[in-house]
Each structure stands twice: as structure tokens, then as C-alpha cells.
Design a protein around this ligand. Structure first.
Ligand SMILES: [Fe+2]
Length: 283
């Protein structure tokens, strides 16, 4: 059963956490504060936490479920799965449900009002910016076991499979799963290494995406991929890299999927990842 969740926050690790925080403060117009070794970067609709650690390592992804019936359904869906102790994640409420995926990425789910009651971000000053909204919407992981990861996210956590990418032999190379009606909450790319790939911020339309591109240009933050349009999701996008090399994306026009939508199938080729041209291939 689809968890009806949305991506609330990513907590990523970095050997240069303050440099990353400074990058996201500038490039994505976020207010950042450090507390007990963790950088809290926030702007309305988007959040990134950064703590010292290994580059390319996701500390956790946080999903919020806002409806109490949906939360009850998710608790039932995951009742037999092993749960993580939340003690290692002091900024999260004890009621959060945490799970390790097959690659040891931590996925945390909270009921909306619980995070509000226990979150420590509300007192932070929000910097006034003239930039358009851009909300935390999806992220992507590279994995050496894409079939196992697909099984975990769809069968164990209940995400809905939107699209698959297969090579000519039928082997799965990538897949896109959704936790709500937006085409993907998470993309999984088969790759030689397992690591964090990118996060994406959804902006309302093409005009706003252009404003974000102009903002990057003013800062001399190079657009390393795009502007393009992904096949799966049909979203227009561009990507930049943070100081650790993590990709960060501004996206718009992502496909809205009815429950009845069949799973889409794509060939493993550059055009799938960018209908307009070149792609960053992960395998
Ligand atoms: Fe993306």
C-alpha cells in the first residue's frame, strides 16, 4: 500500500560539513545553523541536514505522512519489518519509524504532527529571498543491488513502482518509485558503487526553473547537467554539484500519476535520462 508520504528532509554526511552548508545556503538560498556538530539548513519547503562523515553517504532520508489513517496503514504495512532505534538520531522524535534498506541507507518516517512537536528547526530564522519556491521532492541512490533495493522499497515499504529501465537482456538498470502521486520520490540507479546520487527540489514551473538557473549563474555555480527533460517523470531539470560532488537538482513539471497508471518501461540509453540530449549514466 502506497505510504502517501512526502520527502521532508535529507541528512547527508560530509568530510567538510561547513563547506557544504555554505554551498546550500548560497546556491539553494537556505538558512543554515550549526548545533552539536550538525548543520541544519532550511528554507520553506526544503531541508538538508549535514554532519561530519563520509562523502556521498546518506545519514537518513526523512519522509512525512500527514494523514492519521495513512500513518496507521503504514504502521500496519511495516509491522513485521525490523525497526531502528532512534537513539542515534537525536533530532528525531522517538515515535519515528526507521528502517535500513539493503544498502544500509536509513529511511525514517514520521507522522506530521509528531515532527512539529519535537522538531528543533522552528526557532531558526528564515532568510527572506526573492527566489521562487523549491520544495524537497525526491532523491536518488546508486546501488550494486538494484533488484533487492526495488523489492525493499516496493514490497516492504509499499512505494509504488512508476517506471523501470532495462537493458536489452531485460536486466533492471534503474527504477523510479513514488510515495504519493508525484512520479518518483526515490530513483534507484544500478551502478558499480552504492552511494547517494542526488536530491531534487521541485519548483512550480519552467519560468521558476529559469529563475533558479539565473541565480546559479549569478553565483557562478556551474550547471553540470541540463537543462533537459527526463524520460521517466517527464520533468524538466538542471543539476549542479556541491563541494563533495553530490548532484543537486532543480526540477519542474514532474508527472502526476493516478493510482491506475501502469508501470512504464524504458530502454537503458542516454535518451531515457534526458529526452533532449546527453545524460549522466550511472552504469
Ligand atoms: Fe532527479
Amino acid at each position: 500500500m502506497n505510504p502517501k508520504c512526502h520527502l521532508k528532509r535529507l541528512h547527508i554526511q560530509s568530510p567538510q560539513a561547513s563547506a557544504l552548508a555554505n554551498f546550500y545556503a548560497q546556491a539553494f538560498a537556505m538558512t543554515c545553523h550549526e548545533a552539536k556538530g550538525t548543520w541544519f539548513c532550511q528554507q520553506e519547503g526544503r531541508e538538508i541536514l549535514i554532519s561530519e562523515g563520509q562523502a556521498g553517504k546518506l545519514h537518513y532520508a526523512l519522509f512525512e505522512i500527514q494523514n492519521s489513517d495513512d500513518w496507521a496503514d503504514f504502521v500496519a504495512q511495516t509491522s513485521t519489518l525490523p525497526k531502528l532505534s532512534m537513539k542515534a538520531y537525536p533530532e528525531l522524535p522517538n515515535s519515528a519509524l526507521g528502517f535500513m534498506d539493503p544498502d544500509q541507507n536509513c529511511m525514517v518516517f514520521v507522522f506530521g504532527s509528531e515532527l512539529g512537536a519535537h522538531g528543533s528547526l522552528a526557532h531558526f530564522e528564515i532568510k527572506s529571498e526573492l527566489l521562487p519556491s523549491a520544495e524537497s521532492q525526491h532523491f536518488a541512490l546508486r546501488t550494486q543491488q538494484v533488484e533487492n533495493m526495488k523489492r525493499f522499497y516496493t514490497e516492504d515499504l509499499g512505494f509504488t513502482l512508476s517506471d523501470v529501465v532495462q537493458d536489452e537482456t531485460g536486466q533492471l538498470k534503474a527504477c523510479f518509485v513514488r510515495g504519493n502521486e508525484m512520479h518518483h520520490t526515490l530513483a534507484l540507479f544500478g551502478a558499480p558503487v552504492s552511494c547517494f546520487d542526488h536530491q531534487s527540489f521541485e519548483t512550480p514551473s519552467w519560468d521558476e526553473l529559469k529563475d533558479w538557473a539565473d541565480h546559479m549563474g549569478k553565483l557562478r555555480v556551474e550547471i553540470v547537467w541540463g537543462v533537459g527533460r527526463h524520460g521517466p517523470g517527464n520533468d524538466v531539470f538542471f543539476m549542479v554539484r556541491d563541494p563533495d560532488g553530490n548532484l543537486a537538482e532543480i526540477s519542474s513539471e514532474i508527472e502526476i500519476c493516478p493510482d491506475s497508471r501502469p508501470v512504464g518501461q524504458w530502454k537503458h540509453e542516454e535518451r531515457t535520462l534526458n529526452l533532449w540530449g546527453k545524460a549522466i549514466m550511472r552504469s
